[in-house]
Write a protein that binds this ligand. Structure first.
Ligand code: ZN
Ligand code: ZN
Length: 353
């Protein structure tokens, strides 16, 4: 497709311009997708503030998206103009040791759409047809834009690999609520979510948490989790904050033999102090996960389209592309907001969800 499109270009640290740029030109193996919604993620804030991917600026960020196929390359199979889609954002080189093993996320050439290359805070985006996923009829395009974060949580859930009836404590009440919903699909009980904001904890309960622990009531969440688990600690703990202090608490509230899912991203120099003798003798395990890819996307669609994960309580607002920068700042200042969706469709008005 020829012509220009409106895009939010992250020009430099804390500088976004809404401007006309050329519509991406697709090759024979790509589709052009007309973007409908893009959810704002913590990663977008990190790019905006220069904490992450600064070397790739100027760039159009945005990676949690849904849209419709606007144009399909000559080699594309199974996708036609008008189809509702999203695309796996994880791109490996395809021929290294990791890619051959199906471990795309570990590829030395690994890139993510909207994080290391132009993404979806724009009217159009190009994507390889092989990475596209149809959004089922019974899913809304807002849910479609939530397939990516759900795939990340599912990836972390699979890495923990816990049996039915395991207790799971989750530190963090943003995406932590999504971890709670996912843990329930695997038969976890009880699922405990720890956070500070009471509104967020109410949402965690709506999403499936059996018990919420408000830090105002329980300044020592380690003691509280132990109290709720016969003094042992939880079978699994998810750190979904990204803070060395909460990582320490996570290790302490984990029972011997349990698994810590490392999900929250800390600063590059942050360290988790481990007493090695205690770590060895306790047989605690740490499973880290950095994104969802491949089958995690299929599984995310399955759980969302069958209503096993109902994400709507996390949806806060829709805002027009022109107000992206304002929306990014709002998310930092107002902790009641969790997920804001940006739409580039002309005439989009701010709407509470
Ligand atoms: Zn994201
Ligand atoms: Zn590779």
């Amino acid at each position: 497709m020829k012509g220009t499109m409106r895009a939010a270009v992250f020009e430099a640290v804390k500088k976004i311009s809404i401007k006309e740029v050329p519509i991406p030109q697709i090759n024979d193996d790509q589709v052009l997708i007309k973007v409908e919604y893009t959810g704002i993620c913590g990663t977008d804030w990190s790019i905006y503030t220069g904490k992450y991917s600064a070397e790739n600026l100027p760039m159009i960020a945005g990676h949690e998206f849904s849209g419709t196929v606007a144009e399909a390359g000559a080699n594309v199979i199974g996708l036609k103009v008008g189809d509702r889609v999203t695309a796996d954002i994880n791109i490996g080189c395809g021929h290294c040791y990791y890619c051959k093993k199906g471990e795309t996320l570990l590829c030395p050439e690994f890139k993510q759409l909207g994080i290391h290359m132009d993404g979806t805070f724009a009217e159009y985006v190009a994507a390889s047809w092989k990475l596209c996923h149809h959004i089922p009829e019974n899913m809304s395009l807002l849910q479609g834009a939530f397939i990516e974060p759900t795939s990340c949580v599912i990836h972390s859930l699979k890495a923990m690999n816990f049996p039915v009836g395991s207790s799971v404590a989750i530190l963090g009440s943003g995406l932590g609520s999504l971890h709670a919903a996912a843990a329930k699909t695997r038969g976890a009980a009880p699922v405990m979510v720890i956070g500070r904001n009471r509104d967020r904890l109410r949402i965690a309960e709506e999403m499936g948490a059996d018990i919420t622990i408000c830090l105002e009531d329980y300044p020592d969440p380690v003691a509280r989790v132990k109290e709720l688990t016969g003094g042992r600690g939880a079978d699994c703990v998810v750190e979904a904050v990204g803070n060395p202090k909460t990582y320490e608490q996570a290790m302490e509230m984990l029972r011997p033999g349990g698994v810590l899912a490392a999900f929250g991203i800390c600063g590059p120099d942050d360290i988790l102090p481990l007493k090695m003798a205690d770590f060895v003798l306790s047989e605690k395990k740490i499973s880290s996960s950095c994104a969802g890819y491949g089958e995690d996307w299929t599984d995310s669609i399955t759980l969302l389209s069958n209503g096993r994960i109902k994400p709507e309580p996390l949806f806060s607002k829709i805002m027009p592309l022109e107000r992206l920068e304002e929306a990014l700042i709002m998310l930092q200042e107002n902790r009641d907001l969790i997920k804001i969706f940006i739409s580039p469709i002309a005439g989009t008005k701010e709407q509470d969800l």
